[in-house]
Design a protein around this ligand. Structure first.
Ligand code: NAD
Ligand code: UDX
Length: 458
């Protein structure tokens, strides 16, 4: 099948590449011509594990190409996917301007009988709206519009696309339903559940899925707070509830509040749709406020527990909204760092991949090349992203580099029982804070214990 992707961002690139490797002939178009030129040279503007290799193999097989010419890109296509951004408008409702502009742009150039597939996350009713826009451009209703929401996550996009839990195909007519099924035939053959439904239901499914996952995270963050107050341990609690198959173990990790390019904007759009249609989504409204507030409450926790002198330095490790991506959109760091700066602290930050993107959003931050350099002479260190590099930190080295002794781990990367031995006061989520032993080594009492326990000691 000849497929064109309109929009070569995270979703357009990842899905376009995977569809090409499945045997389709895919062309990616983007209004950002510079991006297309870079892609032609395999200079990939985003960090996504496995994407470059997959792209190279699809291009070498002659099934993936890039273009800045719109007419040429869509004229022969059987299916044209719209995968452009759908950000939040000023009031939190969805800004559909990119989707509607894309529809208007492609309208005149589509081959008669082609199917336009909306891949972007859009509010209910958008597929019908897009169909009308295209019909207006063409003076005829000869193009069908379908909905195929995407569930991949950044950082694991290739695997998520190739190993989906289900595929949602929304179509309001037989022909576009058949086109969608033909595109995804290998998955259907492999037994992946296919949810074949209307465009409206497909649109509702996408938002409901994201809102539900975000609710799981918001809930567990509140439970983590309760564990802290009652001396509980969030790891045991999540295991205890997650093993109930009705609940499931995934998306129950406490963190500094969800971020990224999807959950924050999609929960806002979902809530706005509820208000618009007189079906208020109060749980989600509360979740949005709690999640924003959480980031600031954690900043306050650093200030309160860190024993920080005015103008002291805090090292922040992790700027991306989660590990394995360079994306900083609505990352916790973008709320927590400015809050610390407002309180008069200096911030030194490190991230293995996201510094260039973070620089566009943060001011007056000193950037460090490695986590230990960030910690040097800092009064406290704060971990915001669960990069493996941070899991492997040598905490003795961290303790020696710091001038203070507080480690705030808002991803629960370490075992609280062991961190105190490195001379650090340890604050994590949903677990009791652990107190410091002697900084830079073991405490006198530990040393005495070890001497007494040593072989040969009388
Ligand atoms: P993105 O910002 O990374 O990419 C969007 C691309 O579209 C950009 O390269 C932009 O230049 C291009 N574009 C904008 N207007 C255009 C136009 N008129 N014609 C051609 N190109 C145009 O966005 P993304 O993260 O890929 O998200 C795209 C959509 O997919 C959004 O609706 C998002 O909610 C949804 N989604 C994203 C993810 C994710 O993990 N990022 C997952 C599932 C769904
Ligand atoms: C999300 C959806 O999961 C995906 O299906 C959709 O298509 C796009 O949006 P993404 O934003 O890439 O994917 O990342 P995800 O792994 O869902 O994480 C989102 C945020 O929630 C991150 O800030 C992450 O750190 C946080 N999170 C996730 C938690 O705090 N705890 C968890 O257990 C899981």
């Amino acid at each position: 099948m000849q497929i064109t992707m309109i929009g070569a961002g995270y979703v357009g690139l990842a899905t376009g590449t995977c569809l090409a490797n499945m045997g389709h002939s895919v062309r990616c178009f983007d209004i950002n011509a510079a991006r297309i030129v870079r892609l032609e040279h395999f200079d990939i503007p985003i960090y996504e594990p496995g994407l470059e290799e997959a792209m190279r193999s699809a291009v070498e097989a002659g099934r993936l190409s890039f273009s800045t010419r719109l007419r040429e890109s869509v004229a022969e296509a059987d299916a044209v996917f719209i995968a452009v951004g759908t950000p939040s408008g000023a009031d939190g409702s969805i800004d559909l301007s990119h989707v509607l502009a894309a529809a208007k742009q492609i309208g005149p150039h589509l081959r008669r009988g082609a199917t336009v597939v909306i891949k972007s996350t859009v509010v209910v009713g958008t597929a019908r709206r897009v169909r009308e826009i295209i019909a207006r451009e063409r003076g005829a209703f000869d193009i069908r519009v379908a909905s195929n929401p995407e569930f991949l996550r950044e950082g694991s996009a290739m695997k998520d696309f190739m190993e989906p839990d289900r595929i949602v195909l929304g179509a309001d007519d037989t022909r576009s339903r058949n086109i969608l099924r033909a595109i995804y035939r290998p998955f259907e053959r492999a037994g992946v559940p296919m949810v074949i439904t209307t465009t409206g239901n497909a649109e509702l499914i996408k938002y409901s899925a994201n809102a539900f996952l975000a609710l799981k995270i918001g809930f567990i963050n509140d439970v983590a707070d309760l564990c802290e107050k009652t001396g509980g341990d969030i790891a045991d609690v999540t295991r205890g509830i997650g093993l109930d198959r009705r609940i499931g173990e995934s998306f129950l990790l406490p963190g500094p509040g969800f971020g990224g390019s999807c959950f924050p904007k999609d929960t806002r759009a979902f809530a706005a749709t509820g208000r618009q249609f007189g079906a208020p989504q109060k749980l989600v409204e509360t979740l949005i406020a709690r999640n924003d507030q959480r980031k600031l409450l954690l900043a306050r926790r650093i200030l309160k527990e860190g024993r920080l002198a005015p103008e002291s330095t805090v090292a922040v490790l992790g700027l991306a909204f989660k590990a394995n991506t360079d994306d900083v959109r609505e990352a916790a760091a973008l709320s927590i760092i400015p809050a610390l700066q407002e309180a008069g602290l200096r911030v030194v930050a490190h991230d293995p991949k996201a510094v260039p993107n973070a620089k566009e959003h943060l001011q007056d931050v000193a950037w460090a090349d490695c986590p230990y350099a960030a910690c040097t002479d800092a009064s406290a260190v704060v971990i915001l992203t669960e990069w493996d590099e941070y899991r492997r930190l040598n905490l003795d080295r961290v303790a020696r580099a710091l001038s203070g002794d507080a480690l705030f781990d808002f991803r629960n990367l370490f075992d609280p029982r062991s961190v105190g031995q490195h001379g650090l006061r340890y604050f994590s989520l949903g677990r009791a804070a652990t107190s410091v032993r002697q900084k830079g080594g073991i405490s006198p009492i530990d040393r005495w214990d070890r001497r007494v326990a040593a072989p040969g000691h009388a």
